[in-house]
Design a protein around this ligand. Structure first.
Ligand code: CUA
Length: 332
């Protein structure tokens, strides 16, 4: 077992590195939290070892006395000195920890940088509504369950909730921030490393709390700008007869009452925007990877795909289902 322990510890640490990890330090703030954790670990480990050393010394001394000679008075001056030193050391340690904690807290809660990209995220049971704000209203982007962020650029995110308390958490980049009905909170992210990360709602918010994830892509500025431009484009008209069937179904039946597809009559606002759904990495707020099969399964019976979510069972005929999937797949 003893030989196994280091191996197990190594496996546990390696398992922590990944697209949903607090130890990655892929954002400025998560890096600061890692440093804070290391400082706490080292200081408390130092005191722990010191206490153990004193205990061992006391046991050894006591044994020596019991065997050799009777208790001797004196040495009080030395004892007092040790006591004063100990109290001073503890005070120093606690002051250091308080200062470290204060400064990393202040850095995380600091004012939003002037050059920050502004995003508004609204939590819903159980998905994230995402808007990239722009001084020109026509340049505002709306998407769902995903964030694209340029590396090295501060991002200021305004957080709201439409129903219950949720918590926004992309552990690779920063700490948690609650989304509270009737209040606006915010968080600043400064991604330092390109990569694909996973955010997760971190406050229990009902049946599908665990399936309330966020795909976060940190990419070079040019890639981000290309993505932004592509998201500004309205949906293309359906090009194949099958896609036309799907388009007609969506525009005339239930779908368009809840979902928005820019450039079409579908303008519902209470469900995820579908204008570029096929360009996303997942569906159902990170529940399934984006694929034709999962689109079929989701639309055919959303309640068995993600029980309790607010999309009702519609009961499409097979040709309608084929058409809707074919049309959605063109929404890149
Ligand atoms: Cu939203 Cu948990």
């Amino acid at each position: 077992m003893r030989r196994l322990l280091p191996g197990l510890a190594a496996v546990a640490l390696v398992a922590c590195e990944g697209r949903q990890s607090v130890t990655g330090g892929d954002g400025l703030h998560s890096g600061q939290f890692n440093s804070l954790f290391l400082i706490f670990l080292l200081v408390t480990a130092f005191f722990y070892l010191l206490v153990i050393a004193f205990l061992v010394a006391a046991v050894v001394r006591r044994r020596g006395r019991a065997e050799d000679r009777p208790e001797k008075s004196g040495g009080e001056g030395g004892f007092r000195l040790i006591l004063i030193g100990w109290v001073a050391l503890v005070a120093l340690g606690l002051t250091g920890l308080t200062a470290a904690s204060y400064f990393s807290d202040a850095a995380a809660g600091g004012a939003r940088p002037a050059n920050a990209i502004r995003i508004a995220v609204t939590a819903n049971q159980w998905w994230w509504d995402v808007r990239y704000l722009d001084p020109v209203p026509a340049n505002t982007i709306r998407t769902a369950n995903e964030l694209h962020l340029p590396v090295g650029v501060p991002v200021h995110i305004q957080l709201k909730s439409n129903d219950v308390i949720h918590s926004f958490w992309v552990p690779n980049l920063a700490g948690k921030q609650d989304l509270i009905p009737g209040r606006i909170t915010d968080i600043t992210l400064i991604p330092r490393k390109e990569g694909l990360y996973r955010g997760q709602c971190a406050e229990f918010c009902g049946l599908q709390h665990a399936h309330m994830a966020l795909d976060v892509t940190v990419e070079p500025m040019e890639t981000f700008e290309a993505w932004r431009r592509s998201q500004l484009r309205p949906a293309p008209p359906p090009a194949t007869p099958l896609a036309v069937t799907g388009y007609n179904y969506i525009m005339t039946q239930e779908c368009s009452a809840c979902h928005n597809i820019s450039g079409t009559p579908a303008s519902g606002q209470v469900a995820p925007d579908l204008t570029h759904i096929a360009s996303r990495r997942s569906i159902g707020a990170g529940t399934f990877p984006m694929s034709r099969g999962h689109l079929y399964a989701w639309i055919a019976d959303p309640q068995s795909a993600k029980p309790g979510n607010h999309m009702p069972y519609v009961g499409l005929e097979p040709h309608e289902l084929h058409g809707v999937v074919a049309y959605l797949e063109t929404l890149k």
